[in-house]
Structures are given as C-alpha cells and as structure tokens.
Design a protein around this ligand. Sequence first.
Ligand SMILES: Cc1cc2nc3c(=O)[nH]c(=O)nc-3n(C[C@H](O)[C@H](O)[C@H](O)COP(=O)(O)OP(=O)(O)OC[C@H]3O[C@@H](n4cnc5c(N)ncnc54)[C@H](O)[C@@H]3O)c2cc1C
Ligand code: SF4
Length: 511
Amino acid sequence: MPDIWDFLRTARQEWPLRPVPERVQDWHEVHAPGRLLPIVEEQASRCMDCGIPFCHHACPLGNLIPEWNGLVARDDWRQAAERLHATNNFPEFTGFLCPAPCESGCVLAIDDAPVTIKAVEAALASRAWAEGWVRPQAPERLSGKSVGVIGSGPAGLACAQQLTRAGHTVVVYERDDRVGGLLRYGIPEFKMDKDFLDRRLDQLAAEGTVFRTGMDVGGKVDAGALMRRHDAVVVAVGSTAARELPVSGRELAGVHQAMEYLVQANRVQEGDYDRPPVSAEGHHVVIIGGGDTGADCLGTALRQGAASVVQLDIKPQPGVDRADDEPWPVHARVHRMSPAHQEGQQLVRDGAVLAGDSSGLPQQEALRDVRVFSAATVRFQGDADGRVKSLSLADAETGTRRPLPGTERTIPVDLVLLALGFSGPENPEHGLAEQLDLRTTPAGAFARDAAYSGGRPGVFVAGDAGRGQSLVVWAVAEGRAAAACVDAYLSPRGVTSLPMPVVPGDRPMAL
Ligand SMILES: Cc1cc2nc3c(=O)[nH]c(=O)nc-3n(C[C@H](O)[C@H](O)[C@H](O)COP(=O)(O)OP(=O)(O)OC[C@H]3O[C@@H](n4cnc5c(N)ncnc54)[C@H](O)[C@@H]3O)c2cc1C
Ligand code: SF4
C-alpha cells in the first residue's frame, strides 16, 4: 500500500535498457523485457497526488496521471488502465515514444527526480493488452453520416477511432502501401515495436473503421470526389516536406534526406527488402541535424554496421541543467542522451565504431560522443565518380549560426544524411490544397480556425499538417479534438460529447 511519504523514501529508478552490444545486433525494442513490471508499482507510489498536478497540465492529452499513478500503486491495474484510456487512444505509442513533457512538469522535478510517468504509462498499456482488457468498442448505433480521413498517422488514427466510436462511418485514405504514417515508416522499430501499431489497427478495423491504402488524395484520387462521397473530410497528411541544405556538393551521390534512408530501413523490417538501397553498412556516415530524426538515423546506422558516425548539430551544446529562461515546469532544452546516443558513445569508446575523423573536433574527444555541437556544414567534396568523399565544416557563430572564419576543417564521409527538420505538408503544388481550398500559413502548415476547420465547408485539418512537425502526443490530442469538432458539425444541433483536449493555438508550456 503506498504512503504519502513514498516520494521521500523511494528513489527514481529507470526502466533498464538492454546492453548496448546486444541491442545494436537487432531491431527489437531497446528496453529490457520483463524488467519494468517489478519496479513500476513502487515508482508510481512516488506520486504525491498533487493538488495542482502540473504533470497533467504539461500533457496535451490532459492524461489523468495522478489518478492512474495512485491506482497502479494500489495494485488496481484494471481501473488504472481504464483511466489511462479515458484520455488517450494509444497510450503505448506515447508510453514508448513520448519525450514526456509531463515528467518535466512533475512537481517532484522542482528539486528531485520526477515520477517515472512515461514508464508507468508503458507498463499499464502493456499489461492492459496482455490481460485482454483492450477490446474493440463498436458503436451501439450508426449516425448515418460518413467521414473521410486523409492520412493514417497518429492524428488520423485517433480522429478515425473517436468518430467511428461516435457512430459515424469512417474511411481512412492512405497514400502509402501500409497504414500508420510516421509510426510505420519514420520511427524505427527499436523505438517502438510495429506489432503495437498493428494490433491497434486490428482494434480500429474491428470497431468499423475502413482503411484504404495506395490512395494519394489530391493526386490520383480526386479530393472533390471524396467530398461528395462523405459528409466531412479530415486532412491529417502530416508535415514531412524535408528542409534542404543549400551548400555546394548537395547534388553528389551519397547525400540523402533522412526520411529516404529511414523509410528504407523500416521497409526492411516490413520484409520489403533484404538490404535497403541506401545502407550505412561499412560507410563513414555524417548525420546533419541534432533532433529526433538525426538520433533515429544514428541508431539505424549503428545497427546497419557503419564504420564511423558523426552527428553535427548547428546549435550549441545545451547545459545539463535548465537555463534560467526555461524554469520548471517548462520542458527545457538540456543535454539529453537518447538510447541511440548512448549506443554511439559506448561503441566509440569500445572501438567498435569510430566517431569519424576526430581531427579538429575537441569536444567530441572529451565526451566520446558522436555529436559535434555548434557545427555548420560549409560544403561537400566529391570524387571523380560524383560520389561524396568529404565534408567541410566550421564552428557556427552563436546566434547567427554562420560559419566562423578560420575554423574550417574537413572530415571524410561517404554517406551523408540530412535531418534538418520539416517545413510543412509535402509538395504545396499537389492537388490536395487546391481541390479542398486549403490555405497555407506563413509557417508552411495548412490554416484552420479554432474549430479545426480549414478550406471548403466540411473540411478539417488535424495533426502535423496544421501544427507543423510536432510529437505523437500532440498528433493524438489533435486527432481527438478534431473529431469532436467534426462530430459537432455533423450533429443536427451542433453539439458533441467527445472531448477536445487541445485547440489549434495551444502550444507546449512556456514562460
Ligand atoms: C524520424 C522521426 C522520428 C520521430 N520520432 C518521434 C518520437 O520518438 N516521439 C514523438 O512523439 N514524435 C516523434 N516524431 C514526430 C511524430 O512522428 C509526428 O509528430 C507524428 O507522426 C505526426 O502525426 P500525423 O498523423 O500528423 O502525421 P504523419 O504521422 O506524418 O502521417 C501522415 C500520413 O498522411 C499520409 N499522406 C500524406 N499525404 C497524403 C495524401 N495526399 N493522400 C493520402 N495520404 C497522405 C502520409 O503517407 C502519412 O501516412 C518523429 C518524426 C520523425 C520524422
Ligand atoms: S506532478 Fe508529479 S507528483 Fe504531482 S501528481 Fe503529477 S506525477 Fe504525481
């Protein structure tokens, strides 16, 4: 039985990871199986059930975190799983993938280690599936209305599930050959098992959601025809137009966008290739970009057997503690070590992989990290066959990010992966925007009003397509909220009982 003093008596304990040499030999989840359940009740008992739970406010889904922490600590897992699913359609997606702004906002984090909220969520979701508590929830009666959802990432899936359960007939149209969006072809298997996605898709299908793949709406498939077939249409096409690096040598063979590379690596896991057309095996790899996508390229390159890896980040290295302008409960930019970075660090230390040519990269030597901060790429040089052979970089001036004169050096490379972020939905000339009268915001996303409505009447925009590249937790929250707006639009009296956890203008907690 938990007691109110547990937060003082019990230290935070992380969910152990599998040893690096073992996990880089395969594509399975990085966490050690069976090692979470024995510690999770004690960890949940650290929760203080705060009067004002900032964890809950920091979560876009408004997850009922103190409630399910308390129930887990009291060994009432079934009720806890019910409360978990009350606000989140796919808690295993967030339990495994979320960077956990809730933990940054946890009141314990003011002067101690926060509650392991994400691990409790992952454990609860896993147990709910294992016990058979997650069942299809087909609607009791149909509304007679139908909705087309374009895009099957987490936003489209959450929206489709909410609307199907509300009694509408929902068809999800997906351009790719498989359903799942970035959960399927962007995020590597070692971060979340694709079976987790597949069993949710089975649940949605059993509830009545229909999936149609190979449907490029606005391209081969006319969006206007979709409007005539359905009473409302939700655009949840993501934000995957990749940013470019306009430097000399960009056109050389061996320089690829990260998403080209990650999609191929994911397709190997799906059984489409034995070996991907672009592989890091035996190559000297430079990843340009310090975000999540870059880290996913790193973990992938290490598993493919890269000879050396360097990751360049144009931003300065953040401190280990919060900066003064990012106090608690803000999800601060601090120096984080993802599992892929830990793998890179250990393999470099053990000599299994080189951290590239470390000449002129002093901070990397000290940290034995594959990351180089404040690094601006100046140009690529190619060989006689037009293949990239080296990269010139310089220290980036803080603020302007311009290369500082006199700091330029060259490192050898034969595979470059560009992970510079995304500017908005792909290809603005694509027929989708024109056929649905969608406008693009100055930031590059599709415009919508406070009720997620954008373009022609009956058209709604959800997820990264409207918010810009974000997180799975925001995509699920937006999918749920857009579903509430669609349900109200379809209801004769304009009302809905579906939850609306976020409005389009909501942003992560900040000062
Ligand atoms: C490499 C990578 C790693 C990431 N890792 C994490 C992470 O660890 N944790 C986290 O929280 N977030 C992560 N993110 C961000 C997260 O994946 C996204 O924020 C989230 O997937 C957005 O969901 P969405 O449904 O809006 O769009 P998406 O997941 O992008 O799905 C959009 C779907 O629409 C389809 N589509 C596009 N155009 C059309 C069309 N014309 N017709 C039909 N279908 C169309 C696409 O094929 C795609 O399936 C990562 C992103 C990337 C790129
Ligand atoms: S802020 Fe932390 S301690 Fe307080 S209720 Fe949330 S998880 Fe529990």
